[in-house]
Design a binder for this molecule. Sequence first.
Ligand SMILES: Cc1cc2nc3c(=O)[nH]c(=O)nc-3n(C[C@H](O)[C@H](O)[C@H](O)COP(=O)(O)OP(=O)(O)OC[C@H]3O[C@@H](n4cnc5c(N)ncnc54)[C@H](O)[C@@H]3O)c2cc1C
Length: 366
Amino acid sequence: MHNGNYDVIVVGAGFAGLACAQAIARAGKRVCVIDRKRDLGERLHTTGILVQEAMADPLLVNLPARFRHPVPAVRLYAPGLESIELTAPGYRFHTTDTPALMRWLGEQAVRADVDLRLACAFREARATAEGWHLPGVGSCRYLVGADGARSKVAAYFGLGRVRDFLYGVEHEYDGAGLQRPDALHCFVSRRWAPGYIGWIAQTPRGVQAGLARRLRQGGEPPPDLAAFLAHVAPVVGLSPDRKPDSVRAGLIPCGGPVHPRMRHNVLLAGDAAGVVSPVTAGGIHSGLRHGADVGHALVRALDSGIGPQASAIRAIPAWRRKRALRWAFDHLQWDWPFDLLLKSPPLRRMAEQIYFHRRGQTSSAA
Ligand SMILES: Cc1cc2nc3c(=O)[nH]c(=O)nc-3n(C[C@H](O)[C@H](O)[C@H](O)COP(=O)(O)OP(=O)(O)OC[C@H]3O[C@@H](n4cnc5c(N)ncnc54)[C@H](O)[C@@H]3O)c2cc1C
């Protein structure tokens, strides 16, 4: 399409990479995205739950309604399975048909004149007078690593690496239904999910149930999703004996942004840059925003001829309070305070802040 000569090559066609590439293509620059997958809907590492703000993102604003399911409430369960309901006026999460969402995002990118090359993995790059040459792909002025939490681009170019992780596992049950499809069911339990939570949600395809835990030494056992589901599935009306139709698993950065994120005309975006909330582990919306910000900074650099400055990219939140909460969750998590205090106003307010960023409806009935 562009004879292998690009302004920018992006490695990784996830949320961050596609947002970055579209920002560049829409400014009329030549951009290629490579991804090692053959199909963007395969081998997913995400639940795909979108926060309300993400629905206003330029990439998602036209997302067909059939690919998403609005979820207005959070049902928060203490370890003993007592629960409270959290809502915020007008606020909704959106679960998604994630494989369809990723394929649709890929199609949108191609429509925006992004050269999308699948089954094409990043392995090496050679320096040229202008920038970089990727064998089998082409040459570019700037290279973006949007290749996820275990970024090969970050390792290859000596950029900052993600060192703090959660590990998540998830089952999908096609065609299944929950008693409360309008709620995101979240389970706090040090036993099943040390450092994070378990979750069950209705999606347009069926039901997703997952569990994530903190990895601290690296040798911890994976989350025991089968045992967790045997414990909680009946509470939400899901059969504990049902076999999953698909399984997803992956690492989630939880230590905040990496340093450096830019060197020798190579930049990191999304999970590769550690742009994931350390508490909620939500990285889709922040990845979309960060990818687009990196794209806009590169367009300015290409137009001005002056290399991108870190200061030209909108600041990534430092997440100081969330990192403090992450520390507390890592070191001070016990089950009994949640059982004891679940229905207390301070715990409810804290949960509302985490889920709804202070837009919670504190008067809602427990
Ligand atoms: C189990 C799990 C559940 C999650 N659930 C949610 C959720 O519900 N909501 C939310 O907001 N966040 C969630 N997250 C976090 C969120 O999924 C990530 O933050 C987000 O996907 C990051 O997007 P990204 O584009 O930076 O990276 P990714 O989505 O990881 O995309 C990276 C892309 O790079 C490609 N790639 C990797 N290496 C190479 C290579 N060498 N060459 C070419 N291509 C390569 C991969 O194939 C992939 O397509 C979850 C994470 C996990 C693991």
